[in-house]
Design a protein around this ligand. Structure first.
Ligand code: RB5
Length: 144
C-alpha cells in the first residue's frame, strides 16, 4: 500500500530536526514534500507556516510537520489558517491525543527544545493514530 505524502517545513531554528525527521519518514516509506527552509540563513517562520497551509489546502500532502526553534511561533502562524489544526507536541501522550481528540493535521516540534528520538517517536504516533470522532467531532467542527 502506498503511504501518504507528508509535508515538512521549518525555519532556520528547526532545520536540523526537520532534516532528520524527513530522513526518518523516507526510511519508513512515506512520500515527503519538503517546503524548506533549506539552509541555515535566518528566515521568517510565518512564511513556512503559510507554505504548509497552502500545501494542505491544495491537497499536495495529507499531513504536515512544522519545526521552528521552540515550535511556538510557527504553531501560532499555522493556526491562523482555518483548515490547519497544528499541535505543538512534546511527548507521546500529546502526539496521541492531538489525533484522537483534536484531529490535528499538522504536528509541530521545537528544534531547540526537543530531542530527535522523542520527536521521531511522537511523529510515528501522530501518523498512526486515528481521530476518534464522536463527541470530539462537534468540538473540532466548532473551530472552523
Ligand atoms: C528564530 O530565532 C526563533 O524565534 C524561531 O525559530 C521560533 O522559535 C519562534 O517561535
Amino acid at each position: 500500500m502506498t503511504k501518504d505524502i507528508i509535508a515538512l517545513a521549518s525555519d532556520h531554528g528547526g532545520l536540523e530536526l526537520k532534516t532528520l525527521l524527513k530522513e526518518e519518514l523516507i526510511r519508513q516509506g512515506y512520500g515527503v514534500l519538503d517546503l524548506g527552509t533549506d539552509g541555515t540563513a535566518s528566515v521568517d517562520y510565518p512564511d513556512y507556516a503559510d507554505a504548509m497551509a497552502a500545501a494542505l489546502n491544495e491537497g499536495r500532502a495529507a499531513r504536515g510537520v512544522l519545526v521552528c526553534g521552540t515550535g511556538i511561533g510557527i504553531s501560532i502562524a499555522a493556526n491562523r489558517h482555518a483548515h490547519v489544526r497544528a499541535a505543538l507536541v512534546h511527548d507521546a501522550f500529546g502526539a496521541r491525543l492531538c489525533r484522537q481528540h483534536n484531529d490535528a493535521n499538522v504536528i509541530v516540534f521545537g528544534g531547540r527544545t526537543l530531542g530527535v528520538e522523542v520527536a521521531k517517536d511522537c511523529l510515528k504516533i501522530f501518523l498512526e493514530t486515528a481521530f476518534e470522532g464522536g463527541r470530539h467531532a462537534a468540538r473540532v467542527a466548532k473551530m472552523s
